[in-house]
Design a protein around this ligand. Structure first.
Ligand SMILES: Nc1nc2c(ncn2[C@@H]2O[C@H](COP(=O)(O)OP(=O)(O)OP(=O)(O)O)[C@@H](O)[C@H]2O)c(=O)[nH]1
Ligand SMILES: [Mg+2]
Length: 322
């Protein structure tokens, strides 16, 4: 999945104004050249149906159609059509050099004019001077797509994130016996009894080696910028950590190291596979000592998931992110 691309966008050129004269029978010369039409704008529109940004990679220079030239006999040039570029909901647009934000497109149907078309030149009608059309605005821009989910599952390898996501959202993911089976972010929509939707996203697993370039790296953590809640997933057998506590510390340290602001996001610890715990009481007391909001669940049997979802609903209350 490509989630960052550079593009050049340019509004259409305005049509030229026309210089033309009508020679009346009484020999009077009347200027009748019309104005050129304005060039089309380049507009970015967010939609849920848009394919990823990959498609835009093919054409890196987007130019809106020009306006038509003005004609004789007072015939105005037609305006150039707007060029509408569909991007997925969750796309942010920046000026490439200054990194200044132009707009975050977070709603279906939201749109922004990024480069305006040039004005059409005036014709010589009414004794004006006829002028050429203006160039359209031209900008170098950067598009970045961040997954617009409310709840992100961040966890150790094989901790059961896919299994939980599948159980809650029927997303097309399956829990697999081997670690790192999820190689890119996976999105699923949970629908509560009151028909409110909560968007979930499983991120690929992280563990101690991730920051040293092992596993799948950490680049995907950038998507947390849109999170309302982060669920840190651990598993009672703690295959990828010395202990649950150490596993939790590893996860939060990696996230904080990636972006200190992410440490402030609302979060909870989810200890999965409680059905496999030899001593659930011991797990509970270890979590009490951690001093964080925690849930003991089994993504397999469903145990504990109801109270986890009460918490999620409370944290994501109000409107969904997408
Ligand atoms: N007993 C038990 N097994 C579970 C539970 N949750 C997941 N599993 C199993 O644990 C294995 C790993 O589950 P996944 O859901 O793939 O874990 P993940 O965190 O998505 O792992 P990766 O993305 O591959 O790193 C699978 O074989 C699941 O069937 C649970 O609550 N109890
Ligand atoms: Mg997975």
């Amino acid at each position: 999945m490509i989630d960052k691309i550079h593009l050049t966008v340019q509004g259409g050129r305005g049509g030229n104004g026309c210089e033309s004269y009508f020679f009346r029978i009484d020999r009077k010369v009347i200027p009748n050249g019309a104005d050129g039409g304005a060039g089309g704008n380049v507009i970015f529109r967010a939609t849920h149906n848009a394919p990823g940004l990959d498609r835009l990679k093919v054409k890196q220079h987007l130019l809106a159609p020009a306006g038509s030239h003005g004609g004789a006999n007072n015939k105005r040039g037609a305006c150039g059509e707007d060029l509408i570029v569909q991007v997925p909901v969750g796309t942010s647009i920046y000026h490439r050099d200054s990194r200044l934000g132009i707009r975050d497109l977070n709603q279906d149907g939201e749109e922004v004019i990024v480069a305006r078309g040039g004005k059409g030149g005036s014709g010589n009608i009414g004794d004006k001077k006829s002028l050429p059309g203006e160039e359209g605005e031209k900008f170098e821009i950067m598009l970045e797509y961040l997954i617009p989910a409310d709840v992100f599952l961040v966890g150790l390898p094989n901790s059961g994130k896919s299994t939980l996501l599948h159980r809650l959202t029927k997303a097309h993911v399956e829990g697999k016996e081997y670690p790192f089976s999820t190689t890119g972010p996976v999105i699923g929509v949970y629908e509560s009894e009151d028909y409110r939707q909560v968007n979930f996203c499983e991120l690929p697993s992280i563990y101690k080696g991730s920051t040293e370039g092992h596993g799948l790296g950490t680049d995907f953590l950038k998507h947390l910028a849109r999170a309302k809640v982060v669920l840190y997933m651990l598993d009672t057998p703690h295959q990828f950590a010395v202990s649950l506590t150490e596993g939790y510390r590893t996860l939060t340290e990696i996230v904080r190291g990636f972006n200190p602001a992410f440490a402030q996001l609302p979060s909870a610890v989810v200890v999965n596979m409680i059905d496999l715990a030899e001593d659930p009481g011991q797990v509970q007391s270890e979590m009490e000592n951690l001093g964080q909001v925690y849930f003991l669940i089994s993504a397999k049997t469903g145990e504990g998931i109801e109270s986890l979802m009460d918490f999620v609903r409370e944290q994501t209350g109000g409107e969904s992110n997408a």
